[in-house]
Design a protein around this ligand. Structure first.
Ligand SMILES: [Mg+2]
Length: 262
């Protein structure tokens, strides 16, 4: 990966010469600092203002692609006129359309049963937080003591293995979080590909430049799609992390600087 600001001349040239820019970003850990509980992650006022300014610019289409549930994401970001993709793109609003993955929608009642099982399992374990995201469930364990992490992993496996191993749910892992998802072949990458195609139709005259910023494992699918579409993929974090992104920035603060430069 190259440090984005080291090659800024080249990047800014590509941005200036593009007909249209599809600027997509992850939310937690990319636009906001990582915090212990997801409800405490707030978007810095300056970042919100910058996103608003870019969204109003005719050369830009702005969108947030997050693991959060759509209503939660929208209320946290609080901007109009941008794309929101929630639950890793299982639910999308923007560019004049909405998308809801049909199998995921069908699975809703089933996930409620799983949520009850997880709540019962983790009752009394300090630091575990089971989050109901409608189409998916997250189990956060960032605040669990180090020597109890093993126990949390084992308990999680006990509940989910029978369903996971028979293909009835998908399990993914992020930063100190497990996620239970419906068994559909859909991820941030597929959602971003959908948005790139949609943007071409709605805004397009050819020569769109897609950009994606993200900090976590689930963002890798997004980076792959961006690379395939000759876009700019930007990982947020340390340089020595393995990522398919071509560029990196060190922190959400540097993402704010990048937005300013745009
Ligand atoms: Mg993130």
């Amino acid at each position: 990966m190259q440090y984005l600001f080291d090659v800024w001349d080249r990047i800014s040239h590509r941005i200036k010469s593009a007909n249209h820019i599809l600027l997509l970003s992850d939310y937690d850990g990319t636009l906001t600092p990582i915090v212990d509980r997801p409800e405490l992650a707030t978007l810095p006022q300056e970042t919100r203002k910058l996103l608003r300014t870019l969204a109003k610019n005719r050369r830009y289409t702005v969108g947030i692609v997050s693991g959060r549930a759509l209503p939660d994401l929208k209320s946290n970001v609080g901007l109009e006129g941008i794309i929101y993709a929630g639950n890793h793109g299982l639910e999308i609003e923007g560019l004049g359309s909405t998308f809801l993955e049909p199998i995921a929608e069908e699975m809703r009642p089933f996930l409620q049963i799983m949520k009850q099982a997880l709540l019962a399992t983790f009752k009394g374990i300090k630091g575990v937080f089971v989050e109901d995201k409608g189409l998916t469930i997250s189990v956060h364990y960032r605040s669990v003591k180090d020597d109890e992490e093993r126990y949390v992993m084992d308990a999680f496996s006990r509940v989910t293995d029978p369903l996971h191993l028979t293909g009835r749910v998908k399990i993914t892992q992020g930063k100190k979080v497990y996620e239970i998802r419906p068994p559909v072949d859909w991820d941030k990458g597929k959602a971003i590909a959908w948005l790139i195609a949609k943007c071409k139709v709605v805004r397009g005259s050819g020569g769109e430049l897609p950009i994606y910023l993200g900090d976590d494992l689930t963002d890798e699918d997004g980076f792959k799609v961006i690379e395939r579409n000759n876009g700019i993929s930007i990982f947020i974090g340390e340089e020595d992390v393995q990522s398919v992104a071509r560029y990196f920035l060190k922190s959400p603060e540097e993402v704010t600087d990048f937005l300013k430069m745009l």
